[in-house]
Ligand binder design. Structure first.
Ligand code: NAD
Length: 495
């Protein structure tokens, strides 16, 4: 489809903004709604149910009832597997609609929604579905008078609260492992991008996931998220979002029933390029491509580029030449590489950080301004600052926009020190042809993922998550199953 086809399809789109509770599309109990606006052009897309306490209570009791009567938890792993695979197939069958919703709602280019977000979300459902009937429990090596079985059971009612930057993908990272292990789930999408999550609720029912097992409650954080985090009948909260809100989630879990609180949070990831980098052009493309992908709204974006002094001038020159490839365009144009920021508030935040970079003495190499304002959307040009020190706000705080900060270093020790001098620890990269140096630096970096001579390698088979204030727990891979299961030991006395 070309740009005109996508616009024609967008004009005809019918959007249902109601919540999904107990297998039904429903209004909020008080009929409240909020406007869902598109960052592409500022237009209203839909009125969406504004769920609050009463709706959260309804969703939790429907999830609890579904869990207690074992309509889902009681199925064999093989049956849950087949349902998850049907669910994945339905995402692919509805790929164009989901991709369009994602792009209109969140601002990312249609090529990313079509080629990455929707297929990756479907793959997550499929992968966890396929995995679950290959998981065995354990028998402990005790003694010949006893049998000790170590089994995993679903936790019960899981509440997933997700952010707006990869709405469908982040939802799938939570719901796939939670559902496949037999839990009932309540998903609260971000108020900034709730639309694909609501369609997920429909598709889950169509796939055969029983009513009440997956509920979708759109709404604002304090109104719909906090009641979930404080709820006495929610057993686990799986949160992805900012570090500030993650800290509140942990407090609310402690104030209520000490529910498990898994938090996947922010980042300020370092990308270290040594002078013996094997391929400068690849390093330039990875540095620029990864910070500008998804408009810089990626938790693991390499927002701090640490370059060894002897190659700095050449590297910066190449990066400046590379950046315009990501100049923002119409998100519905399949040729566009960078789209709109999620809303006006996020754009204003990014522009404020750019001002702080200038006023704290960094050198603006390119970008630094709003573009395409005539479209009514929220676009910022790819922005690069040189001469940054790690103490500047643009190097120490998560901007969540297309802004790259370049810091120069002289020695390996200095690079490691600067890289680790952050509250975060989500991802990092090191570029060198020296295998020992690569291993030593990777080992020294306090981050959940370290890339060597690449950035943004990704696969569902590996865990994703962070050290320090980037959170706890891991999404993806078999390790994610641990978050949504209880470990039980059953002792059997052999007479
Ligand atoms: P956010 O913390 O503002 O919101 C995340 C979710 O929490 C939303 O659904 C929001 O409605 C809800 N929320 C907000 N306040 C709440 C409250 N008081 N109680 C309960 N829920 C509340 O984050 P955001 O702006 O949506 O997303 C961007 C952040 O997410 C960035 O910091 C980014 O790094 C992080 N992120 C992390 C990962 C990861 O895997 N580590 C992945 C994607 C995004």
């Amino acid at each position: 489809m070309n740009k005109a086809d996508w616009h024609a399809r967008a004009a005809k789109l019918k959007i249902d903004g109601r919540a999904v509770i107990n297998g039904q599309r429903v209004d909020a109990a008080d009929k409240g709604t909020f406007e869902c606006l598109s960052p592409v052009d500022g237009r209203k897309l839909a009125d969406v149910a504004r769920c609050q306490n009463a709706d959260i209570d309804r969703a939790v009791s429907s999830a609890r009832a579904a869990f207690e009567d074992r309509r889902w938890a009681g199925l064999s792993p093989g049956d849950r597997k087949r349902t998850l695979i049907r669910f994945a197939d339905l995402l692919i069958a509805n790929k164009e609609e989901l991709a369009l919703l994602e792009t209109l709602d969140m601002g990312k280019p249609i090529s990313a929604s079509m080629n990455t977000d929707v297929p990756a979300a479907a793959n997550t459902l499929r992968w966890f579905g396929e995995a679950i009937d290959k998981v065995y429990d354990e028998i402990a090596p005790t003694n010949d008078k006893t049998l000790a079985l170590i089994t995993r059971e679903p936790i019960g009612v899981v509440a997933a609260i997700v952010p707006w930057n990869y709405p469908l993908l982040m939802a799938s990272w939570k719901i796939a492992p939670a559902l496949v292990t037999g839990n009932s789930v309540i998903l609260k999408p971000s108020e900034k991008s709730p639309l694909t999550a609501l369609r997920l609720g429909d598709l889950a029912l169509e796939a055969g996931i029983p009513a009440g097992v997956l509920n979708i409650v759109p709404g604002f954080g304090p109104e719909a998220g906090s009641p979930l985090a404080l709820h006495m009948d929610v057993d686990c909260i799986a949160f992805t979002g900012s570090t500030g809100v993650g800290k509140k989630i942990q407090v609310m879990a402690g104030q209520s029933n000490l529910k498990r609180a898994w938090c996947e949070l922010g980042g300020k990831s370092p990308n270290i390029v040594f002078a013996d980098c094997p391929d400068l052009d690849s390093a330039v493309e990875a540095a620029g491509g990864s910070i500008f992908y998804n408009q810089g709204e990626s938790c693991n974006a390499p927002s701090r580029l640490l370059v060894e002094r002897s190659i700095r001038d050449e590297f910066v020159k190449k990066l400046k030449q590379y950046a315009p490839r990501h100049n923002p365009g119409d998100p519905l144009d399949p040729e566009t590489k960078m789209g709109a920021l999620v809303d006006q508030g996020q754009m204003d935040t990014v522009l404020k950080y750019i001002e702080s970079g200038k006023s704290q003495g960094a050198t603006l190499c390119c970008g630094g301004e709003r573009v395409r304002a005539e479209s009514g959307g929220y676009f910022v040009a790819p922005t690069i600052f040189d001469g940054v020190t790690n103490e500047m706000k643009i190097a120490s705080e998560e901007i969540f926009g297309p802004v790259l900060s370049i810091i120069t270093f002289d020695t390996q020790e200095e690079a490691i020190r600067i890289a680790n001098d952050t509250n975060y620890g989500l991802a990092a990269a090191v570029w060198t042809r020296d295998i020992s140096k690569a291993h030593l630096v990777a080992r020294a970096l306090r981050a959940g993922t370290v890339h060597v001579n690449s950035y943004d390698e990704d696969d569902i088979t590996v865990p994703f998550g962070g050290y320090k204030q980037s959170g706890n727990g891991r999404d993806k891979s078999m390790h994610a199953l641990e978050k949504y299961t209880e470990l039980k030991t059953t002792w059997i006395k052999l007479a």
